[in-house]
Design a protein around this ligand. Structure first.
Ligand code: GLN
Length: 408
């Protein structure tokens, strides 16, 4: 059988193909020369499977889609405190290139607007790095997210640098507030190199899948950044990734996302899939017009809104039954699926409500696919309490989802 997903993607592209609204970014001359008809969509699963349709191998510059990844690198390299001291996490409700900083602290409001991203660029790597070494660290990091070697597109880089008046103005303002401590021109040069890294829709989908996969690149298996960093990055993408349309996006699409002025758009659906689209014509906010349509479609067709999560808790108890008699009488709780706080609460409640009288109790975890820290602690406590009440408790845990301590 042929997979149904590429057909779905073909169909989705066909539905948006005729929309010629929007304009190419023209403040970077090289981008104004792009072919506006290019159109692609790619899904990358968290186990590394790619599904694509359209111009999936066309190269374009990453632009602002580099921002969440550089933010991840800065958090990893410099630590949360150092980064948060210089760049906030509040949606600005302003355009990506707005010349504005927080009134009292002089901090850029978030790392997704240019002011924040220019500051973040300077925080990547150790403070001792030369500007060229910092750019190399950024390109290496972006490559690790993509799972292949990426390069800077010199033509776009030069073209943007020659017209970087606005970003230079922002950087000078950051320097005057002491947020930047280096030469503003040098930092903007590095930031523009970061924005000029060449990618394809395939690369972007894999980069997004790495975020969706807790920071582990699904292709290479490398832990590119830690899970705590990923949580921070996805949160900021969800609230600030689409600039002054972040609220519309959060309600309509509900996938942490980031756009770039070359026409790329990524979405990372935690635990499920990385998505990328490419279509160069932009709306007045600088977001890809057909990219947005595609994401709206994906979200509603496939139930991808992060706030729309099925209740898995009802099914965590597969069965609750008594077996044997006399001193061998056993109460068996058979658990299943993924267990988090709400699932663990259902289990605690089931045990309490059952008030087992059997001398032996057994928890069968053979069908449990995952259990998080909180749920694990709650189950351990249940076992501890049952044992202190005099029950003999056994745990069948063939996949070791509980860790070893509880079995003793
Ligand atoms: N390099 C571009 C800039 O700084 C990136 C903007 C974007 O993609 N939104 O203006």
């Amino acid at each position: 059988m042929k997979s149904i997903i590429p057909d779905y993607l073909d169909e989705a592209l066909a539905q948006v193909a005729s929309d010629a609204s929007g304009h190419l970014a023209d403040y970077i001359p090289e981008l104004a020369a792009a072919n506006p008809e290019r159109l692609a969509a790619v899904f990358a699963t968290t186990d590394g499977r790619l599904y694509g349709a359209g111009d999936v191998d066309t190269a374009f510059t990453i632009q602002s889609i580099s921002k969440p990844f550089a933010y991840a690198m800065a958090l990893d390299d410099a630590g949360f405190d150092a980064v948060l001291a210089k760049v906030g996490v509040e949606p600005s409700g302003e355009a990506f290139n707005e010349i504005s900083l927080e009134r009292d602290t002089g901090r850029p409001r978030n790392p997704m607007i240019n002011a924040g991203a220019i500051t973040v660029h300077a925080l990547v790597g150790s403070p001792q790095l030369t500007p060229a070494e910092r750019v190399a660290r950024v390109v290496d990091g972006l490559s690790a997210f993509a799972g292949r070697r990426l390069e800077v597109d010199e033509a776009t880089c030069v073209s943007e640098m020659q017209n970087a008046h606005r970003n230079l103005a922002i950087a000078h303002m950051l320097r005057s507030h002491g947020i930047l401590t280096e030469d503003p021109t040098v930092v903007v040069d590095g930031y523009i190199r970061q924005c000029s890294v060449q990618v394809t829709a395939r690369d972007l989908a894999m980069m997004a899948a790495t975020l969706a996969n807790g920071g582990v690149n699904p292709l290479t298996g490398d832990q590119v950044v830690g899970a705590r960093v990923v949580r921070q990055v996805l949160s900021v993408m969800a609230t600030c990734g689409m600039y002054d349309t972040a609220g519309d996006w959060a309600t309509q699409v509900g996938i942490p996302a980031k756009s770039g002025v070359a026409g790329g758009l990524i979405g990372a659906l935690p635990g499920q899939v990385g998505i990328a689209t490419f279509s160069p014509r932009l709306d007045p906010h600088g977001n890809s017009v057909r990219g947005i349509s595609l994401f709206e479609r994906f979200s509603s067709d496939m139930g991808m809104h992060v706030m729309e999560v099925p209740a898995t808790t009802r099914t965590v108890i597969r069965s609750n039954r008594a077996s044997g008699s006399g001193p061998d009488a056993t109460r068996v709780f058979e658990l299943q699926g993924g267990i988090r706080f709400a699932g663990a609460e259902r289990i605690v409640r089931e045990v309490v409500d059952t008030a087992p009288t059997e001398p032996r109790l057994a928890f069968d975890l053979a069908m449990v696919s995952s259990i998080d820290d909180v749920a694990r602690r709650m189950l351990r406590e249940v076992v501890y309490r049952l044992r202190s009440e005099g029950h003999h408790v056994e745990i069948a845990d063939p996949e070791s989802v509980m860790g070893d301590r509880v079995r003793a």
